[in-house]
Write a protein that binds this ligand. Structure first.
Ligand code: KG4
Ligand code: ZN
Length: 335
């Protein structure tokens, strides 16, 4: 079974050709650079760029895979959540290819793509817990099986990646902020600034990040000159706070799971923020206290990409999903 997958939910235009043996014949991710100067994604620019790029990278991916469009057995695309313009461009493009080839079209949930990404390269024991850490979402899921996801908690305001991006902007750095903050933090003092720890006593698995950004804004305003050391120290203190928050939620998670008599052996970190080595290392160490291992997807499946969409489609096909060419994209699609 050859699957052609498309991802266009935000600012990555991506296509992938993958088969059920996990062989990736081609995978192209075009990261749109035109948003950088605005410090965030401009939806209208993103959808126009998807429209301009999709055809070209589809042609390239077919050439690279040494096949023609007729060889594709199943077409799939992200149908939500995400930016409506991008979702419409990607899904309509893919649906028309499917219709023209008289092959099925499978709508894929972007979140499911992230959640199932670690099943590509790890031996999986269901249920596992996944921390979905992206620029648009911060959620904790109990993954009971393919198609069986339970939302345990989520952010009440900003997403974790959004917090990285906003703090980076406050410090005069570029978008996306995560990689810059991580780099600057490596030279900084984690204890230099004491930042708030929102929802510490909530006892649930929800998050809040907007207060940290506000606290950093106040510190930045008080500080007359933004020097490199200052940026490094704020970045390091911010990352330390993020780790404290994640560890606090992990503690609560294990208590909640114990009450339900569930022994979680694997916690997955998925989404762009899981690229952060400081976060990975600290979470890995922390999980070892609970006889639990950390799971990460392959590097190319961390940021938005079509490979995770194709891989989800393959797993769902095994669960006998049928074609749904009339599926309407939904910017707020949930699992
Ligand atoms: O999963 P993703 O590529 O796209 C969404 O679905 O949102 O995540 C993008 C987010 C951005 O907010 C970016 O700043 C963050 O991931 N990110 C990082 C790192 N690399 C990317 N955050 C922290 N540390 C990083 N190294
Ligand atoms: Zn994503």
């Amino acid at each position: 079974m050859l699957v052609f997958a498309v991802e266009t939910s935000c600012d990555e235009t991506s296509v992938c050709i993958i088969n059920e043996n996990k062989d990736i014949l081609s995978h192209i991710v075009f990261s749109q650079e035109n948003h950088k100067k605005f410090g965030g994604v401009i939806p209208e620019l993103a959808s126009r760029a998807h429209l301009q790029i999709l055809q070209e990278i589809t042609r390239k991916s077919l050439i690279k895979s040494n096949i023609t469009i007729k060889d594709i057995d199943v077409f799939c695309a992200t149908c939500g959540p995400g930016l409506i313009g991008g979702l419409l461009v990607g899904s309509t493009f893919t649906k028309s290819l499917a219709l023209n080839s008289k092959k099925p079209f499978i709508p894929i949930n972007h979140l499911e793509g992230h959640l199932l990404s670690p099943t590509y390269n790890n031996p999986i024991q269901f249920p596992y817990v996944a921390f979905l850490l992206t620029g648009g979402h911060t959620q904790i899921y109990l993954v009971n099986d393919i198609n069986n996801y339970e939302l345990l908690g989520e952010t009440l305001d900003d997403a974790i990646g959004e917090a990285f991006d906003k703090v980076s902007k406050l410090l005069g750095m570029t978008y996306p902020g995560g990689p810059e903050i991580e780099m600057m933090a490596s030279k900084g003092n984690v204890d230099k600034f004491s930042l708030p720890h929102p929802m510490k006593k909530s006892g649930d698995l929800n998050f809040s990040f907007s207060g940290i950004k506000t606290a950093i804004n106040l510190i930045v305003k008080k500080n007359k000159e933004i020097k490199k050391d200052f940026i490094s120290d704020i970045s390091a203190s911010f990352q330390k706070t993020i780790i404290n928050i994640l560890q606090n939620k992990l503690e609560i998670l294990f208590k909640v799971m114990l009450k339900r008599n569930l022994h979680i052996k694997q916690v997955a970190l998925v989404g762009g923020v899981a690229k952060n080595q400081y976060i990975r290392n600290n979470i890995k160490m922390f999980l070892s206290n609970y006889d639990c291992s950390i799971m990460l997807p392959p590097e190319f499946m961390l940021s938005d990409n079509a490979a995770m969409i194709g891989w989800s489609c393959i797993q769902k096909k095994y669960n006998n999903l049928v074609s749904d060419i009339h599926f309407k994209v939904n910017p707020r699609l949930s699992l």
